[in-house]
Design a protein around this ligand. Structure first.
Ligand SMILES: [Zn+2]
Ligand SMILES: [Zn+2]
Length: 241
C-alpha cells in the first residue's frame, strides 16, 4: 500500500473484466481515526483490507467509508468490506444516499443493460445495494479526518451525488471519477449524469490549486501542472453542453 503523504495511503484498484476503483486511506495512522475513500468492485474488498493490515495498520482504526459516488466499481465490495469492519460508518452525498437507503439501484448500475449483465455475471440479487447511510453529505462541509482537514465539494455531472475531497494546504484533490490523469474525464451518459453539470464541476475544480491528483482510476499524479484541470475542462467543453 504506497504512501502518498504521512496522512494519505493508496490502494490501487485491481481491474480485471471490470474496473475496480482505487481506495485512498485518509488520516494519520497514529490518530486511530482513519477513513477509506471508496470501496471498489464486487469481490475486490479482501485484498484491500489485507493491504491495510500489511502496512501495519490495525483495521480497528478505520472508522468510516466515504463514497466519492455510488457506481458499482466503487461500491461493489462495500458489503464485503463492511463485514470485516462492521463498526465503520458510511458517508455518502445525500442525493445518492437517499437512493441507497431506498434500495434504488439505478445510480449503482447506471444503466439497465449493465444491471442485467452484472447481476447474472456476479450473482448479485436485486436489493444487494441497500444500505443505511450514517452521514449524508451536502457539499461545503469541512471534515477533520484523523488530524487532517478536508473540504467536501459537490461535483455532480458524472453522477448526481459525486463529491470531491480537497486538502487546501497539502493541495491534494480526490475527485472520484470526475477528472483523471492524461486529460480524461468521467463519462456522462449514465443514470443521474449530466454533461452541463460535469462542465460546471470541472470549472469549479479548476479554480483549486492542486499539486496531487488522486482519481478513482488510472494513474495518480504528483506535481500536477498548473492549470491542468481547467485545460482538461476546455478540451472537453464542446461535448459538455
Ligand atoms: Zn463512476
Ligand atoms: Zn469509477
Amino acid at each position: 500500500m504506497p504512501k502518498i503523504t504521512e496522512e494519505v495511503y493508496y490502494i490501487p484498484g485491481q481491474d480485471e473484466f471490470m474496473p475496480d476503483s482505487h481506495v485512498y486511506v485518509v488520516g494519520n495512522p497514529s490518530s486511530q481515526n482513519l477513513s477509506l475513500m471508496d470501496a471498489g468492485f464486487v469481490g475486490k474488498g479482501s485484498y484491500k483490507i489485507q493491504s491495510i493490515q500489511k502496512a501495519g495498520i490495525e483495521i480497528s482504526a478505520i472508522k468510516r467509508i466515504i463514497m466519492t459516488h455510488t457506481h458499482l466499481d466503487h461500491i461493489g465490495c462495500l458489503a464485503e468490506i463492511s463485514k470485516q469492519i462492521p463498526w465503520a460508518e458510511l458517508w455518502v452525498h445525500h442525493l445518492e444516499a437517499d437512493l441507497l437507503e431506498q434500495g434504488d439501484e439505478r445510480a449503482v448500475y447506471g444503466m439497465d443493460m449493465f444491471r442485467g449483465l452484472c447481476q447474472s455475471q456476479f450473482g448479485l440479487k436485486p436489493g444487494a445495494f441497500k444500505f443505511q447511510v450514517n452521514q449524508k453529505l451536502q457539499g461545503g462541509e469541512t471534515l477533520d479526518l484523523g488530524g487532517t482537514v478536508w473540504e467536501v465539494i459537490h461535483i455532480p455531472g458524472h453522477s448526481m451525488g459525486s463529491i470531491g475531497l480537497y486538502h487546501r494546504t497539502m493541495k491534494i484533490l480526490i475527485p472520484g471519477d470526475v477528472v483523471y490523469a492524461d486529460y480524461a474525464i468521467g463519462r456522462f451518459d449514465l443514470y443521474g449524469a449530466k454533461a452541463s453539470q460535469l462542465k460546471e464541476s470541472l470549472m469549479r475544480l479548476g479554480e483549486l490549486e492542486v499539486d496531487i491528483l488522486l482519481p478513482g482510476h488510472n494513474r495518480i499524479v504528483k506535481g500536477l501542472p498548473k492549470g491542468y484541470i481547467l485545460k482538461t475542462a476546455r478540451q472537453w467543453e464542446s461535448y459538455l453542453t
